[in-house]
Design a protein around this ligand. Structure first.
Ligand code: T4K
Length: 382
């Protein structure tokens, strides 16, 4: 953006208030307040309370999965799933994910081994996963990046062939499907996030969903210090419990979930129309034969676009549109992991390319198609 334009935008931004990528979507306030009164009346705040149990049943039936074990957030849910699966040594995952996926491993003394992605799908490349297997590898964590399914079947074939455990980080993929089957049903288990910025939130929250009865039982123990009844600890554990207020928010937001997805889809359509004929700007697409939550609108800035990705971000920010560069620069390039990847350009070339080209644009209930069109105009006019 040239200086004159930048100064004009800063003194007179296109939007008076900041537009965030993922403002919380909030269902019926009166229903939430009524639920909170119920919590106060019962005087039961946490420890597998009635609302948490109802929320777990609602999630499980929504996904057609046998068990939902609700947790305090998605990161702890990842850690508990990783421990319950007894992963050790090295675990393969994409670098192209939110840092929590890598941290959940290293926090437990497991080395995260980053495999490259397919630059078109932005999901793990199974051939790259194969190349990273060593005698220390115990598992694979696939991530359904942007809600688009990871290569579930090829990853399962690799895991089976090498005797590895396979789980998925489905933090982006609540309400999405693969082959017509809801995400949540793949691998040994899948991990969800209900963070405030996700299209469906419980303030903070997460869950592990699984069809494995024994695994679910183990995770229920682990999230509650390993307690089995009063005074009886039968497993190592931590405090990973979801609280009643969070479950209340989840139950209320369930009744609003179709509205949020419909709005996300409308916003996505408005952005799509705005960039449809552009030679160097394109939106990441969703497979319309599947169910999608459309919670991430990801714009790719082509190599030959005359304005750089970072200059577009600058133009957006100057106009109060707080677009993000998720997940730039990639987990492998963040301080805790950088030294492990001195040759990232060779091992993770597609990750580096994608990290340099993406912009995540605002959506959700606080955006409407007119706002999306105005944001697209800032992008194309930058
Ligand atoms: N795996 C994957 C693949 C994930 O993407 C995530 C989380 C996890 C695991 C871990 O799940 P959790 O432990 O979080 O349940 C955000 C979120 O904090 C994070 O949950 C999410 N992924 C990640 C992709 O994005 P930040 O630090 O970039 O978000 P932040 O705090 O800047 O918020 C984003 C925007 O939303 C801001 O511009 C402001 C606005 N906002 C935020 C909050 C918290 C609001 O308007 N209201 C709010 O209450 O990480």
């Amino acid at each position: 953006m040239n200086d004159a334009r930048k100064n004009a935008a800063v003194s007179c931004p296109a939007f008076a208030e900041p537009i965030h990528v993922g403002r919380p979507n909030i269902g019926d306030r009166a229903a939430l307040i009524a639920q909170i009164h119920g919590i106060l009346d019962r005087n039961w705040m946490t420890n597998n309370g009635p609302l948490v149990q109802a929320f777990e049943q609602r999630v499980a039936s929504h996904l057609g999965v046998r068990h939902c074990v609700a947790m305090c957030n998605g990161t702890i849910a990842l850690e508990i799933a990783i421990r319950a699966l007894e992963l050790t040594g090295e675990v393969i995952l994409p670098s192209w994910t939110f840092i929590a996926t890598a941290h959940a491993l290293s926090w437990q003394g497991i080395t995260p081994v980053f495999a490259d992605i397919d630059p078109v799908t932005e999901n793990l490349d199974p051939a790259a996963v194969r190349r990273m297997i060593t005698p220390r590898t115990s598992g694979i964590i696939g991530v359904h990046v942007w809600g688009r399914p990871a290569p579930v079947e090829p990853l399962k074939a690799i895991a089976d062939e090498h005797g590895l455990r396979l789980m998925f980080d489905a933090a982006h993929a609540f309400g999405c499907s693969h082959g017509g089957r809801p995400i949540g049903n793949f691998g040994s288990c899948e991990v969800l996030s209900f963070h405030a910025t996700k299209f469906f939130n419980t303030f903070e929250g997460g869950a592990v969903v699984t069809n494995d009865d024994a695994l679910a039982g183990k995770m229920r123990l682990m999230r509650n210090f390993g307690f089995s009844g009063y005074d009886n600890v039968i497993h190592p554990g931590t405090n990973g419990k979801m609280i009643e207020v969070c479950a209340a928010m989840g139950l209320v937001n369930f009744d609003n979930i179709d509205n949020v997805i419909a709005r996300n889809k409308e916003n996505y359509g408005a952005y799509q129309a705005a960039f449809a004929t552009h030679p160097h700007l394109s939106l990441l697409e969703f497979d319309e034969r599947e169910t999608n939550n459309y919670q991430y609108v990801v714009l790719s800035v082509g190599d030959r676009h005359p304005v750089s990705r970072d200059c577009i971000i600058e133009a957006l920010h100057a106009n109060n549109v707080l677009a993000r560069k998720y997940f730039w620069p990639g987990c492998h390039a963040m301080k805790p992991y950088r030294e492990l990847y001195p040759h990232a350009g060779l091992v993770l070339p597609h990750t580096e390319t994608v990290a340099a080209r993406n912009i995540v644009l605002p959506t959700g209930m606080s955006v409407d198609p007119d706002v999306a069109r105005k944001i697209a105009e800032i992008v194309t006019g930058a």
